[in-house]
Design a protein around this ligand. Sequence first.
Ligand code: HEM
Ligand SMILES: [Cu+2]
Length: 627
Amino acid sequence: MPAAFAALTYGLAFLAATIAFKKNRNTVFWYLIGAVGGIAFGAVYAAMRNLAGDDANMAALVKTGLTYSWIGPILATIIVGVLPKQDDPNAHHGDEHDDHHASYLNAKKGVNSWIVTLDHKRIGLMYLGTVLVFFFTAGMFAVLLRTELWTPGELYIGPETYNRFFTLHGAIMVFLVIIPSVPAALGNFVIPLQLGAKDVAFPKLNLMSLYIFWYGSSIALTTLVAGGVDTGWTFYTPYSVKSDGAVIMMTLSAFILGFSSILTGLNFIVTIHKLRAPGMTWFRIPLFIWGMYATSIIQVMATPVLAITLLLLIVERSVGIGIFNPQLGGDPVLFQHFFWFYSHPAVYIMILPGMAVQSELIAAGTHKRVFGYSFVAFSSLAIAFISFIVWGHHMFVSGQSELVSMIFSFLTFLVAIPSGVKVFNWIATMYKGSIAWNTPMMWAFNFLFLFTIGGLTGLYLGTLSTDVHLHDTYFVVAHFHYVMMGGTLMTFVGGIFYWWPKITGKMFNDGLGVLSALVVFVGFNLTFFTQFFFGSQGMPRRYYQYIEQFQTGHQFSTVGAYILLAGFLIALYALVDSLRRGEPAPDNPWGMTTMEWTHTATPPVEHNFLDQPVCDRGPYAFDHDEE
Ligand code: HEM
Ligand SMILES: [Cu+2]
């Protein structure tokens, strides 16, 4: 198994290196350095394990060395990612002129022109494709889990498999789908266009972030064949130190993905500060940009904490130095503090982009200036800052002091204020607007309704007395699905439909899009609303078996999951169908006012704008409104 794994990762790395070689001849050198470094790392690591007592024989040592030697190619590819592109002597002369007016999709051709592209639009699209593949992969696990829960006992998989499935489902959905969905995929495509910029501030860094993302995610996928992980996506100690699953591989993957997230955030912050079109003051940037700005700040500030936490866990597992293990003087609860210090802000890394898209969808769907622009903008920032001081609400029953719990409980309620401000502003925007009942708007309605339920149920969990009862039950499962899936994912899909004509130059079948949103809405509520009931009646989360009393609830939930699947398949079909036979899209199909619609062709040209656009009004200055 380790050998097969090493072969696979080396194969991937080799592929990347070959492609990168075309980009820059120095690649070979760096690749060699990386590979040697990786093997050295593997050997050191194996030796450390040997010291720690397990695998105390030569064969095991070699095996372990080999398994971890793929760190090298990762390093190599990262280095190659930042190297400048060497000018290809043949490329520039001939067709330069024609390319200028061709769309970004046709300006250059061939697989290679995608893999080494520096165009933020193409990079965004590659993220989008990857994220969608992971979404359906993790979704498949969800359906398999819900199927098993049809009966109180075993239906078709054993308890170990069940544990591995829910871990993979959660870890893939959080780290490979929700977190990169709006920022990396849609943000990459849209941010420079909305700002009137040619690209992001650091295009090479952007490409490198994509490579890192691919590496991290390919390692996550390898855990599938390397035995899986059974700790849950939170990797709580002490179990994650002892479990014999591929914990190191999975946490290493999250560690690597973290860097992709940090670098993307950094790139966006600089882009928003430095590359706004002339005349575009801070109060003329679209609300999508404000949301992405707040998200990026959290990404840059909180993600390193996760990285360090996971690194500590890896060290603890491999050499047992006693950080989280009480037998060696460590403290397992410390892990929870570290983990949630990142992961609570991370839930806002997930929801702020959703809110960001929501503002655009509502403005486009009602043709009105978003009510209380500066409140919406500043509540994004407020949410970003408060999110750092509430992590203790995940630990009310962990044994932390009562005083601390009370303080965290109080602070948690503060987050509800800016969240509420936003919801009320969106509703006020729609008030007396002429609402377009089209696909993007239907997904925006899904968000509005489901996110509100998610946020309100958060208050029950933030209240000390009720959380003691609800903690670790299906009530929590329902809560976070309402916010993460009912919130972020709905606007992600809504955003895909909304920007689809700009991205592809094709219109989609609006009837199908509306239908998909409705089916998802029904399936979603059937799946998760029921969980509030049996959760509050005491059904614990992550349990493989349950008492018969809960069967009806679980069955509703399972049927809902299949309806949900059908809804997403309809949405996918609508998009694929549009690629095949969609009508050509006009430049501004929604009659929207932001620059990606008013100042670019559909699809945009390679460098976005033929001339530098100038901004002379606010983002939502519809004709009938005064600015
Ligand atoms: C008004 C806003 C919110 C409040 C007051 C709130 C409160 C809480 C509380 C107190 C818990 C801990 C429950 C427990 O385990 O006993 C919790 C869990 C959770 N919340 Fe929220 N929440 C809010 C919004 C969100 C948002 C926007 C997201 C994500 C987009 C989110 C994602 C989660 C997740 C993933 C968990 C469970 C983590 C786990 O144990 O696996 N929450 N929430
Ligand atoms: Cu939290």
